[in-house]
Ligand binder design. Sequence first.
Ligand SMILES: *[C@@H]1O[C@H](CO)[C@@H](O)[C@H](O)[C@H]1NC(C)=O
Ligand SMILES: *[C@@H]1O[C@H](CO)[C@@H](O)[C@H](O)[C@H]1NC(C)=O
Ligand SMILES: *[C@@H]1O[C@H](CO)[C@@H](O)[C@H](O)[C@H]1NC(C)=O
Ligand SMILES: *[C@@H]1O[C@H](CO)[C@@H](O)[C@H](O)[C@H]1NC(C)=O
Ligand SMILES: *[C@@H]1O[C@H](CO)[C@@H](O)[C@H](O)[C@H]1NC(C)=O
Length: 471
Amino acid sequence: MRSALLAFFTLFTALAGVSAQLAPLEPEDGKLLFGAWYDRLKNDTPIAINTRVGRPLSMFQSDINITETLQLPTQFIEQVDATNTDAILYLTVYPFWGFDRVTDVAIAELADVIGKETNKGRRVFLRYASEMNGAWFRYGQQPAKFLASWRKVIPAVRAKAAPGMLAVVWAPNSSNGYPFSGLEWSVTNTSADYRVLDTNKDGALNGLDDPYSPYYPGDDLVDWVGFSAYHYGRHDGPNSEYPWITNIDPKGDPVANMLEGKNFYGTFNLYTMFCEDGSGGGVQPPVSKGGKPFMLTETGATFHIERIGSALTPPRTGMVALPPGPGRASIKEKWWQQFMNSTFLTRFPKFKAACTFEFQKFEEETLRDFTTLGPNPGTFDPRTMRPWNEDQPVLDRFKADVPGYNFVVWSQATPNGLKPPAPVANNTNSNTNKGGDNKGTGHSAVAGAPKVVGGAGFVTLLAGLLAALFA
Ligand SMILES: *[C@@H]1O[C@H](CO)[C@@H](O)[C@H](O)[C@H]1NC(C)=O
Ligand SMILES: *[C@@H]1O[C@H](CO)[C@@H](O)[C@H](O)[C@H]1NC(C)=O
Ligand SMILES: *[C@@H]1O[C@H](CO)[C@@H](O)[C@H](O)[C@H]1NC(C)=O
Ligand SMILES: *[C@@H]1O[C@H](CO)[C@@H](O)[C@H](O)[C@H]1NC(C)=O
Ligand SMILES: *[C@@H]1O[C@H](CO)[C@@H](O)[C@H](O)[C@H]1NC(C)=O
């Protein structure tokens, strides 16, 4: 009996330790969720992507707008359901027309959608007002309004979500180029936000200011952190080009550099600030105690197809074909192999998810192909309107790497539909963060909701152990 009890307590401590470290939807260390943001408007689908890759991806991303009302993600939900897997629904919500337009009605609609999905058994990532530190969205670089909106939206959504089924992702843009001066929505030096963003208080907003902390809503309102990271072209400090037009291989571990803010990829280390011990920020005291899982929220390497000439809208006259450089497949492979890489996972143990960006679009001066998992059969060459298949060699190389991805948590088939989350005991005491160690997931908008990780399975396991002990 004593040894059984000892074993029980050892196991209990071990499990409690594990559960205290993992955020909602966070896989264990060494494991990675891998997904795609697919082009719904060009008729791509999660099923088509799973078919192309030959494996069921862990998650699928799509975006909706929130203003006076919510743009309902009905088609997106149907398309993820149609995979007959437990893939995570990764929902990006844009307050496209600014925070002032987002109403309580729309927030309630969002909470209802997420409540319904999570109670149905669908796990959800919610990424709200992403790239808020950039200046290309109307809502960008407004830390006061961003934080106020976040503090309203996130608790409302959490209150409706089934425990453990929702993870809230706070996702700025990677900081290289911050503060992205002179863009349409750049903060102006007369606004109060400008003084907040001038974190070193030298009177100017520039690359020496912390690009992340002023926008951080606090550890209890964030489950995951992440950022957008792309390869655009020559990025070499003094030899960088802009606007980008050159097809060139990524070199020198840019994703790691973006995370750590070095070698011309920013100056602040997001990884230590939010995923390790909270150090490295420019704002004191630090805004985070660290310990958050990290996601590459949208990523890919650009292949520049053509340079846009005189016209941005059809008929696009004056398009100039660009030299392929080392070629699409080489450029893109060198991008994903940086992080779809067990050495990278060991180096950044809190790196737990990556999502590719499966679009081609006109941006700045070129027609850009960002895809990794193409070709989408619904995509047409915008110049000729013929089916697009130039991405096939890229996909072939990706597929050649897939058998080595034993670290990816592919989704599970659910032939009988999703299983709604088991109801969990209402144990008011289990939800507190212990000893100021904020690495846990001790948040919950639902007062007294049980601790997220460990949840029902853990309770069942304990019950089983107790039954075995006292049988
Ligand atoms: C959000 O609204 C903007 C502006 O109306 C529009 O360009 C964009 O396509 C919308 N996003 C979605 C997902 O519909
Ligand atoms: C993110 O930042 C880069 C500069 O580092 C910028 O060029 C890009 O437009 C931003 N947005 C996205 C979606 O990458
Ligand atoms: C504020 O910005 C304006 C226009 O960009 C500039 O002319 C002015 O010098 C700036 N003022 C300060 C105090 O930096
Ligand atoms: C894998 O990751 C390590 C650690 O960041 C990096 O040094 C290496 O270059 C990566 N491998 C590839 C092929 O990119
Ligand atoms: C948990 O129990 C408390 C006290 O009985 C109650 O006030 C609370 O609403 C319950 N919470 C849930 C999520 O059931």
